[in-house]
Design a protein around this ligand. Structure first.
Ligand code: NDP
Length: 306
């Protein structure tokens, strides 16, 4: 029986690992096969305090892991497949292997949303992407699109103008949801054209490459195809909370809820990072809540007489 199992290895999970290992709780971190969270798909992180020159996302996560291991965190690079959290002994499965702990910290994060089209799946990684910072450089002098009208979509569109000759922003309403400063930057950029009231009906392609999009104009009830080579998604995120549903309470969007600090509705289970946070979604806020979850877990264990 372990003291703590931490599920997830983004800034929240790894900060919880640093704190619980320094408290001598020897946590097991089940990091996932694609460990490190969303910062692994980012280039420059310029807003994490302490790095005045910025740092690459993957490099930063490697540093987090090194720091967690320094104090005795045990890392396991596999995916959790099932949990049973209601008993005093919390059970966590990785395939057929079962691990038990007195406390569990859930820090599984969130992932980008998809449109749900068959053609989107067909061309995924072949012209369809959810990560402009990862794939933008493949579209030098090409025409691309970004779907969405929030800050993520605006940020992606602006980033893509570094490479692409033209960037269409495909917005389903007649307004952007992005912050005023991002809206201004989008409107001022000559490479960006916003297509208002448009919905993507199909990704068009030829063998293994994207050649265009079929768009529905919901204002004029008309359909039109446009030619381009890439489609990026910027339509928000979904929490990675599926395996906890039915055990940990969540809101309508699937985000796990905390009842007090980082305490969940289940005794001994704590929640940190984007899996709970629909609002801020920053590395530094995720880290902060990972620290809070570790302190809550440590005090809770102590109160249980451990
Ligand atoms: P948001 O939920 O803010 O925006 C999602 C956008 O995608 C909306 O325009 C929405 O349209 C559109 N959308 C959603 N689903 C679909 C769909 N199926 N088809 C077409 N369009 C769709 O998500 P973000 O990821 O942009 O931002 C989340 C939070 O993170 C916000 O608080 C944001 O401010 C913050 N953030 C801040 C950044 C920064 O400050 N640099 C960068 C990135 C995010 P509709 O408006 O019609 O619902």
């Amino acid at each position: 029986m372990r003291n703590v199992i931490i599920i997830g290895s983004g800034p929240a999970g790894l900060t919880a690992a640093i704190y619980t290992s320094r408290a001598n709780l020897q946590p097991l971190v089940i990091a996932g096969q694609s460990f490190g969270g969303q910062l692994m798909n980012t280039t420059d992180v310029e807003n994490y305090p302490g790095f005045p020159e910025g740092i690459m996302g993957p490099e930063m996560m490697q540093k987090f892991i090194k720091q967690a291991e320094r104090f005795g965190s045990e890392m396991m690079y596999k995916d959790v497949t099932k949990v049973e959290l209601s008993d005093d002994s919390k059970k966590v499965w990785v395939g057929d292997e079962m691990f038990e702990a007195k406390a569990v910290i859930i820090a599984t994060g969130a992932e980008p949303k998809k449109l749900g089209l068959d053609s989107e799946e067909k061309y995924w990684g072949k012209g369809v992407s959810s990560c402009a910072t990862c794939d933008g450089a493949f579209y030098r002098d090409k025409v691309v699109s970004v779907v969405g009208g929030g800050d993520s979509a605006a940020e992606e569109a602006l980033f893509l103008t570094r490479f692409a000759s033209k960037v269409y922003m495909i917005v389903r309403k007649d307004e952007l949801r992005a912050s005023k400063i991002m809206q201004d930057r989008v409107m001022e950029n000559e490479k960006i054209e916003v297509l208002w009231n448009r919905e993507v009906k199909e990704v068009l392609g030829d063998e293994n490459v994207v050649t265009g999009l079929k768009l529905y104009d919901n204002k004029n009830d008309a359909e039109k195809n446009i030619e381009l080579q890439g489609m990026f998604l910027g339509i928000g995120h979904m929490p990675k909370s599926e395996i906890f549903q039915g055990q940990i309470t969540s809101n309508d969007n699937g985000y796990l809820e905390v009842v007090n600090g980082t305490y969940s509705n289940v005794d001994g289970v704590f929640i940190a990072g984007d899996v709970n946070d629909e609002r801020y979604r920053q590395a530094v806020t995720a880290s902060g809540s990972g620290c809070m979850a570790a302190i809550d877990a440590e005090r809770w264990l102590e109160a249980q007489g451990n």
